[in-house]
Design a protein around this ligand. Sequence first.
Ligand SMILES: C[S@@+](CC[C@H](N)C(=O)[O-])C[C@H]1O[C@@H](n2cnc3c(N)ncnc32)[C@H](O)[C@@H]1O
Length: 185
Amino acid sequence: MLKVVLSAIEREDAKENLWIVGAEVGRFLHYLVRVWRPNSIVEIGTSVGYSALWMASALSESGHLWTIESHKERFERAKTNINKAKMNNKITQILHHAPEVFYDKEVNLPKTVDLVFFDATKKQHYQFYEAVKPSMQKGGLIIVDNVDSHSTAFAGFIDFMIENPRLNTVKINIGTGLLLATINS
Ligand SMILES: C[S@@+](CC[C@H](N)C(=O)[O-])C[C@H]1O[C@@H](n2cnc3c(N)ncnc32)[C@H](O)[C@@H]1O
């Protein structure tokens, strides 16, 4: 059922722009989760659930994914897709706005975040990073999408990540460009 849902989202994306990562990046994220074995993933930017489904379907038995979306209609469509794919036991959806969601005491995000995926507005990445940093430990992985397609908007943030002595950073040329950063101290 998962594959059927993913293919349906790809077809919808071809008709209307849902800004999904696409199959190549989806498979790569799935692979990363398989080998990295994070227990807790937080995604900022659910859209209709495509990348969340790719990642959550690679989690180990104890792993879980929290995904944040501020647009109500896309949040509801994601819920339908996640239910159809029978992945609702692995994914918690949060209808909220980042970075504020990280400071909202009513929201139960995990205390420790092993992997965070930034795939929302391109204007608030410093704030996303500052908000999630206290929950991340040595070995944690930060993935940023669209670093090639939005290289101008991102220029300062990419330099900040690459030059950050706390991080080991690599840029990968797939999809619209991914930046991977592991926390080394
Ligand atoms: C690029 S799409 C996410 C695509 C999704 N990760 C996928 O590949 O299937 C970005 C989504 O982030 C949402 N968004 C943008 N800024 C946000 C913010 N600050 N907080 C929460 N959601 C946000 C948008 O409404 C949009 O649906």
